[in-house]
Design a protein around this ligand. Structure first.
Ligand SMILES: NC(=O)c1ccc[n+]([C@@H]2O[C@H](COP(=O)([O-])OP(=O)(O)OC[C@H]3O[C@@H](n4cnc5c(N)ncnc54)[C@H](OP(=O)(O)O)[C@@H]3O)[C@@H](O)[C@H]2O)c1
Length: 357
């Protein structure tokens, strides 16, 4: 008897979708079972439909699968469906999947603000998945949506959450991002001519997502099982696109609410010591270390540090005192792994370990 779970991928031909294909290809718990994309791709083998842009070759288990349209009836046999759909179409499609009883883990922005939908970065708030567990038990309904965060938010919330857990409330955060071009997707994506020899100081909607999503992820679960925002923390973001293929770098300053400030060494130690639930549960993709604190003056760097623990870990460097706030540091996260597909996989592994798939 097979013990692996059948996985579907929506938007399988896109930037996030291709990462899902790679991460699922040799997964111990999930098998690639159905691939969906637009009607432009449907009916063709995955190898023919996709414009493959990863450095690893297309996994054998995906090449001959025939791409289907993103209709719930095509995916009814799936135990879990990962969505890398464009947000223009994700709303209606994911709703139909949920209403058909399917478990959808989405990378799109459409349901992130819904009060009953968990917004999860599995390295920091997998406890929000417990709401789904209670709801499934009470209502005996299987279909639900869980959202991943925006890619730049995923890197920011992990060190913030680790520091709040150790030292208490953070009142103020400023973050300036240097974001990779893969974060813009493939269609239309960022044009080479625009980004070469250049920095683009605007990413539509990104600053609002960072400022809002951080508060939901680091917020609490209310008595009625809705998600309460961390309203005592102000976040100010500035977002830039830079000519890097993968890996978002973020320059962060923080101010603690407590008058008893920790030292720089205590901040670094708290980041190093942080352990997340997916590590404790033994999830196969969990990083060995959630946060790597780098001591070299010029690290982290996207090309050198983004693939730590296969892109599932966060790197933090240059931790120092801030003359305006309390501390400042640099954060690096792999935007298509822990910032997108990898988060989805880690959420599914957590659900699996908790008996929810
Ligand atoms: N890239 C990142 O780092 C990142 C990180 C976090 C979240 N996200 C979010 O993840 C989602 C996917 O992003 P991406 O960067 O992977 O985008 P992308 O490269 O543009 O891929 C979009 C995917 O959606 C499919 N699609 C488009 N129209 C469709 C339709 N009418 N019906 C069914 N499928 C359709 C495309 O299929 P065809 O190839 O057939 O057109 C393609 O597979 C977005 O919501 C994005 O905001 C991205």
């Amino acid at each position: 008897m097979t013990t692996t779970k059948k996985a579907g991928v929506l938007g399988a031909t896109g930037s996030v979708g291709q990462k899902f294909i790679l991460l699922l290809a040799e997964h111990p718990d999930f098998e690639l079972y159905k691939l969906g994309a637009s009607s432009r791709s449907a009916g063709r083998s995955y190898a023919k439909a996709v414009k493959w842009r990863q450095t690893a070759t297309i996994p054998q288990s995906a090449t001959e699968l025939v791409v289907v349209e993103c209709k719930a009836s095509e995916f009814v046999d799936c135990d879990v469906v990962f969505s890398g759909l464009d947000s223009d179409v994700a709303g209606d499609i994911e709703k139909e999947f949920k209403e058909s009883g399917l478990v959808v883990i989405s990378n799109a922005k459409n349901y992130r603000r819904a009060p009953d939908v968990p917004l999860v970065v599995p390295l920091i708030n997998s406890s929000h998945l417990d709401v789904v567990a209670r709801r499934v038990k009470q209502e005996k309904k299987q279909g639900f949506i869980i959202c991943n965060s925006n890619c730049s938010t995923a890197g920011l919330v992990v060190p913030l959450g680790a520091l709040i857990a150790k030292f208490g409330d953070i009142s103020d955060v400023t973050v300036t991002t240097l974001q990779a071009i893969s974060g813009a997707g493939f269609s239309p994506g960022v044009l080479g001519f625009d980004i070469l020899d250049n920095v683009i100081p605007y990413i539509s909607g990104e600053e609002e997502k960072l400022e809002w999503e951080t508060k939901k992820i680091l917020g609490s679960i209310a008595e009625d099982d809705s998600f309460a925002l961390r309203s005592n923390m102000t976040v100010s973001a500035q977002c830039n696109r830079v000519a890097v293929s993968d890996g978002h770098l973020e320059c962060v300053s923080i101010k603690f609410a407590t008058p008893n400030k920790p030292s720089v060494e205590e901040v670094k130690q708290a980041l190093r010591d942080y352990v997340c639930e997916s590590q404790k549960l033994g999830c196969p993709s969990a990083p060995k270390q959630c946060i790597y604190v780098l001591e070299e003056d010029d690290r982290p760097q996207p090309r050198l540090d983004r693939n730590r623990d296969n892109g599932y870990a966060i790197s933090v460097g240059r931790v120092r005192e801030d003359p305006v706030f309390d501390f400042k540091f640099i954060v690096l996260s792999h935007n298509t792994v822990i910032g997108a597909a990898g988060s989805g996989i880690l959420i599914a592994e957590t659900l699996f370990k908790k008996g929810l798939l």
